[in-house]
Design a protein around this ligand. Structure first.
Ligand SMILES: O=c1ccn([C@H]2C[C@H](O)[C@@H](COP(=O)(O)OP(=O)(O)OP(=O)(O)O)O2)c(=O)[nH]1
Length: 163
């Protein structure tokens, strides 16, 4: 089982800062966070180049791909906090053999299902699919946690600097 508690707490502090700074109290930000997650996943797929059968260019450097991945992870955590699912979600580290394109498709499928129901089961499946994608892209959980924390600090600074 992955211990998500530390990341949820870090995410909560950032989300609260963004809400305060932009005056977003009481607003339902879920639709925007879902689209943001889809956009980040598109950017991630672009950097991985896993679908570009027409090109011989290699993927972006590993760290660039990891940075995109943790942007997506921010929005997954943020959605869970807004729905109050941070206490109930249970995900595991596991090996996935599916092709990268299939791992992306599974995440997008889970997003679609979550968008329809917004229930905790769909959220859990979404979170697991995002972890499976991270594994498929070759990242360990330790690497993901570290990169997440680094980008989180950048996000705090950007908010303070009137981004
Ligand atoms: O409520 C929110 C809103 C945003 N973020 C984070 C997620 C992500 O890590 C970052 C937004 O992505 P990015 O840094 O790519 O922002 P951008 O405005 O699209 O960047 P750029 O202008 O560089 O394209 O902010 C949160 O954690 N919670």
């Amino acid at each position: 089982m992955v211990n998500l508690k530390p990341l949820f707490e870090i995410q909560r502090a950032l989300d609260e800062k963004i809400i305060a700074k932009h005056g977003l109290y009481q607003q339902n930000l879920i639709p925007k966070k879902i689209l943001a997650l889809q956009v980040e996943l598109g950017e991630l797929a672009n950097e991985s180049r896993c679908f570009k059968f027409w090109s011989v260019k290699p993927p972006s450097p590993r760290e660039v791909i990891l940075e995109e991945y943790v942007d997506a992870l921010h929005f997954v955590l943020s959605i869970g906090l807004e729905k109050g699912y941070d206490q109930v979600v249970r995900v595991q580290k596991r090996q996935t053999e599916v092709p990268e394109v299939e791992a992306f498709r599974q995440v997008f499928d889970c997003i679609t299902r979550f968008a329809e129901t917004e229930d905790s089961q769909a959220y859990q499946a979404l979170f697991q699919s995002v972890l499976d994608l991270g594994n498929r892209l070759g990242f360990s959980w330790e690497e993901i946690e570290q990169a997440y924390k680094k980008k989180n600090e950048v996000n705090h600074l950007r908010q303070e600097q009137g981004y």
